[in-house]
Design a protein around this ligand. Structure first.
Ligand code: ZN
Ligand code: ZN
Ligand code: FE
Length: 755
């Protein structure tokens, strides 16, 4: 049997996931010689031995890879054998090009969890236990290649015991960069609100405070959280008022699956998602009478639940023994605090105590939020546990692109080769702190993936901070991308497709190609270009953004369109003094931009039905309307589609008229809300059918924030499938503006390839 030697390159998520130890033990098992190292493109190894052994090695390399590894490509090259019989791990080399994929942060694995609660283990109750299969990654990495020196663990010198584990290829901690123990690693501290260290075990002290109605700021993986007893109405209300967060739901951390099951209904898929390595917040249907304070998620049938994903959480949750509210450590809409001094300054007035530690967070990352739709995950916020894992773009980026997203729920995306690297969630780019976070995200992505952009993509809206930033960049080609085209392209790429397809983009709003505000769009689009096929009939938004904060204004406009005057409805009586002046603004088109937004139509109906007249967060009126709707209602309202053949319009006013008539006839709000959802779904199906007559396409891509509405999504897909359409929906990036940057990147790459 002849001896062969191969150079093997492995690309994908292969750093920080225990890949080299796996290779090393595999080679030794097969009695092969050679070496393995990380470099900036992934893992590079040389293997030598009998031909059979080397073949088995290559097969096992892909088949038996560690659970967190994602192998994208293995390439081999033959070398001259040199008689090597031993296998070793070689030091990493920093190459010129950085293409290695960085692992997201990974929830504590079962092995580490066992050690955490084993009194005989040297890491018993150690809040930073981790191994090659779990622990912090993205949030502590400062540069590549991924080695301890390039992480925020660089300053912690390993003790001899940890060093032995780190260097032993047979150990679970072999080359686990954040490896630590009580003797050498980070330390957990309990501080009072003024920052003075309290002389008490941090976990027991924090648990005592939580059980006695206090708010505790807790340093986590990607930033600070604020924690409070989820069963205590008073403390949850106090948290709301101190955080200036009036109504938006808080997430809850349950100590274990059994508790989560007592709070919410759980399908096997949902349970898998909750307890999996990404450990996101999962939106779950709440059980009636679940022991959670009403103030946690007012007016919502769903509850955002997560399970402990760091050792600190496991220790604390077990000590508290019940569910705790765990919400971003920030005031109102600012980005989550992640630097210790900043956290103390910003959260000092909210928290009664701090649980903190001395391992720095390099990049802030919020908890991800996911819900399950027909058994598949649909991200609402894609961040911790997901970023910076790329979305694969099969046809690739011909040039390096940086896409800077829109404004709300901002993300940025770096496009390179076959990957779209969508950043962690940055937040709403409406304040300086968020803008700084945006700049940090861009710098971090560029450093990790070596993407020096040739093309910068931005939204058409001239007032977005992201657009303004893009326009200041020199030596790059700028590509402006229409907002709803970006939504549809992101949905196509999310499904690995290039189009063309009929795109239904329903959202709050985005700047249209004609200078009006769009948001109820039917496009015929692929990942390079689009045509507008139809849209909701535009109406005035009296007072501009004020009409977004006050949905009753949209009710006034739509009722005026529907009836040519206000019918005798409560919504008009509630705003008697302002109703006339608002309608004058709308009719005179002064300070009242036109919009075809589907979000504003939902707002109008929410106000007409007395569900919500004013909102304190984006999408609130529509979210509450969905929650009030009777899902068993099968009645619907007729679609009013005009201009079939050319650019068609769907009149939202016809739906509002039907809603108002039912209300005057004494039909209940849940039934009307149900019929309205069915009516919008019918309008979507009718619009797609009209578009199909023109373009002949049978694929439909659904995108935009409105499709976070599960009732609408369900009904729309049912109707479209019944009419023979193939429906694409989001699975990897959110349908809301968090997915925009991916769509922009792909469109801009195509635009420059054509130029
Ligand atoms: Zn582990
Ligand atoms: Zn140690
Ligand atoms: Fe949008």
């Amino acid at each position: 049997m002849p001896t062969v030697r191969l150079a093997v390159r492995v690309e994908g998520v292969v750093q920080g996931v225990g890949f080299r130890p796996f290779v090393c033990s595999l080679a030794r098992r097969l009695a092969l010689g050679g070496r393995v190292a990380n470099d900036s493109r992934g893992v590079l190894l040389e293997v030598e031995g009998e031909g059979d052994g080397v073949s088995s090695f290559l097969r096992a390399l892909e088949r038996e890879a560690p659970p967190l590894a994602v192998i994208e490509r293995v390439t081999t090259r033959e070398l001259a054998p040199c008689g090597e019989t031993a296998f070793a791990i070689a030091p990493s080399h920093a190459g010129a090009e950085r293409a290695a994929l960085i692992s997201p942060d990974v929830a504590t694995c079962p092995d580490c969890l066992r050690e955490l609660f084993d009194p005989a283990d040297r890491r018993f109750r150690y809040p930073f236990v981790n191994c090659a299969n779990c622990g912090p990654r993205f949030t502590i990495i400062e540069g590549v290649p991924y080695d301890r020196a390039a992480t925020t663990m660089a300053d912690f010198r390993m003790c001899p015991d940890c060093a032995r584990e780190y260097e032993d290829p047979a150990d679970r901690r072999f080359h686990a960069q954040p490896v630590a123990c009580p003797a050498c690693g980070p330390e957990l501290l309990l501080l009072d609100a003024a920052g003075q260290r309290l002389n008490e075990d941090a976990i027991r002290g924090a648990a005592r405070l939580l059980r006695t109605g206090h708010i505790v700021a807790l340093k986590g993986l990607g930033g600070y959280h604020l924690a409070a007893d989820a069963a205590d109405d008073e403390v949850v209300a106090a948290l709301r008022s101190r955080k200036h967060r009036e109504e938006k739901a808080f997430a809850v951390m349950a100590p274990d699956v059994a508790t989560a099951r007592r709070l919410c209904e759980l399908s096997p898929e949902e349970e898998g998602l909750l307890g999996g390595p990404r450990a996101p917040i999962v939106l779950l249907r709440r059980r009636p009478g679940s022991p959670v304070a009403a103030a946690v998620a007012p007016g919502n049938r769903f509850l955002g639940i997560m399970l402990p994903y760091t050792p600190v959480h496991h220790l604390l949750a077990r000590e508290v023994g019940g569910p705790i509210v765990l919400t971003s450590g920030n005031v109102s809409d600012e980005p989550i605090a992640y630097l210790d001094e900043d956290a103390r300054a910003r959260l000092g007035a909210i928290a009664d105590a701090f649980v903190t530690h001395d391992r720095a967070i390099h990049i802030r990352t919020d908890d991800s939020v996911v819900r399950l739709f027909r058994g598949a995950p649909m991200p609402i916020r894609r961040s911790r546990g997901y970023a910076p894992q790329p979305v694969s773009v099969p046809w690739g980026f011909a040039r390096r692109v940086l896409a800077c997203g829109a404004e709300l729920k901002s993300t940025v995306c770096a496009g390179k080769d076959g990957h779209g690297f969508v950043s962690h969630h940055i937040g709403d780019l409406e304040n300086y702190a968020a803008f700084r976070s945006f700049l940090e995200a861009i710098a971090h992505l560029q450093r990790l993936f070596d993407v020096k952009p040739e093309v910068v993509a931005h939204d058409l809206h001239p007032e977005y901070l992201s657009t303004k930033w893009a326009l200041e960049q020199d030596d790059v080609e700028l590509v402006a991308v229409q907002h709803h085209h970006a939504h549809i392209a992101s949905c196509l790429v999310d499904n690995g497709e290039r189009g063309p397809a009929i795109g239904v983009a329903f959202d709050g709003l985005g700047y249209g190609a004609d200078g009006t505000l769009w948001g109820g769009e039917f496009l015929v689009a692929d990942v390079t270009a689009f045509e507008r096929a139809g849209h909701l009939a535009p109406v005035a938004m009296p007072g501009g953004v004020a009409a977004i904060r006050e949905p009753w204004r949209m009710a006034a406009v739509y009722l005026d369109e529907a009836f040519g005057g206000a019918p005798a409805l409560d919504v008009a009586r509630r705003h008697e003094g302002q109703w006339g002046p608002i309608l004058e603004l709308a009719r005179a088109r002064t300070h009242a931009p036109l919009t075809s937004s589907a979000g504003r139509l939902f707002d109008a109906v929410s106000a007409v039905l007395g569900v919500r007249d004013r909102v304190s967060y984006e999408g609130q009126a529509a979210i509450e309307l969905e929650q009030r709707a009777d899902p068993s209602e099968t009645g619907t309202y007729a679609v009013d589609l005009i201009g079939r053949g050319s650019l068609f319009e769907i009149r939202g006013a016809a739906l509002v008229r039907a809603v108002a008539r039912d209300l005057l006839d004494g039909v209940s709000v849940p039934v009307i809300a149900g019929r309205f959802h069915n009516g919008v779904a019918d309008a979507i199906a009718a619009g797609c059918a009209a578009a199909r007559e023109r373009c002949g396409l049978a694929a439909v891509a659904l995108s935009g924030g409105v499709f976070q509405n599960m009732l609408l999504l369900e009904r729309a897909i049912d109707r479209l499938e019944a009419r023979g359409f193939r429906v694409l929906r989001h699975r990897q990036v959110p349908p809301n503006d968090g997915g925009i940057s991916l769509g922009q990147a792909v469109i801009a790459a195509g635009a420059s390839a054509r130029a």
